[in-house]
Design a protein around this ligand. Structure first.
Ligand SMILES: Nc1ncnc2c1ncn2[C@@H]1O[C@H](COP(=O)(O)OP(=O)(O)OP(=O)(O)O)[C@@H](O)[C@H]1O
Length: 247
């Protein structure tokens, strides 16, 4: 494990309480200690998970639109609203890693293709870490897994924002086997809504719901509880849901 702690520098917050200082989890927390190689951020939509992940990526020197320290595309787009307001404490500082966000993966695929067009003699070198061909020639899920399987190495920190977005349940399990293979030599910090990913053995889960960020057990997450209830008795859930419509 490399990153030991994120400290939130509340004394540096500006007086006005606009985004990102209006997000309760970010405004009310002091920091996040990391205790293992795999940490998850959970919370409702809009609770601040991506903002925090992006801030960590910015402090790591990764491109905040998604990528690693070596990616130089659209550098002016590499910004993080909350980045200057946190401090990272390391056990051992690592410079290698990757920030993956679903919405900017498309831009990253474009960047890779453009690099190949500009330097066709290095085609194989460019594509090798990503399954040997353009990410646009692979399905959304295939290209994600190409990245996970081929690009992820040891001694790195990986910041993943909803990596499940493109993955079938079976492929989400494949991703967990990548986590298992690479940890504890690498560190993963993952914002997710997936009850499958959250079940990773020994993972630390931080909830961004309701005030300061706090640790939560897997079984206490709404993701686990709702999914479990749904699988055990989805008829009851639908009856409740549709009854609201009829009132
Ligand atoms: N650039 C921005 N300007 C203003 N408000 C923003 C900006 N980015 C995010 N927000 C707001 O800040 C809050 C936190 O957003 P964030 O994307 O961090 O949430 P999240 O927990 O990652 O959500 P989700 O699970 O939907 O991805 C949301 O209310 C969002 O609308």
């Amino acid at each position: 494990m490399f990153l030991r702690e994120v400290t939130i520098l509340r004394e540096k917050f500006p007086a006005d309480k606009r985004y990102p200082f209006s997000v309760p989890a970010l405004a009310q927390s002091k920091g996040l200690p990391f205790q293992g190689p795999v940490t998850f951020f959970v919370g409702e939509n809009g609770s601040g998970k991506s903002t925090m992940l992006e801030a960590i990526a910015w402090q790591c020197g990764f491109h905040t639109a998604g990528g690693s320290v070596n990616q130089t595309y659209e550098l002016e787009g590499s910004k993080a609203d909350f980045g200057p307001y946190i401090r990272l404490s390391w056990n051992r500082k690592v410079a290698s890693g990757f920030f993956l966000r679903a919405e900017s993966f498309f831009n990253f695929a474009n960047y890779l293709d453009q690099s190949v067009r500009e330097q066709p003699q290095y085609r194989d070198d460019f594509y090798a870490p990503y399954g040997g061909k353009s990410l646009h020639e692979q399905s959304h899920g295939e290209s994600f897994l190409s990245l996970f399987r081929n690009r992820f190495g040891r001694r790195s920190i990986y910041l993943l924002d909803e990596p499940e977005a493109a993955l079938s349940p079976a492929r989400q399990l494949s991703l967990l086997s990548v986590f298992h293979r690479l940890s504890p030599d690498s560190q993963f910090i993952v914002a997710t809504h997936s009850p499958i990913l959250l079940g990773y053995p020994g993972a630390q889960i931080y909830s961004f719901d309701e005030g300061p960020i706090q640790k939560i057990a897997y079984e206490e997450t709404s993701h686990y509880q709702l999914t479990r209830r749904f699988l055990e008795n989805r008829g009851a859930i639908f009856r409740e849901l549709f009854a609201e419509d009829e009132e």
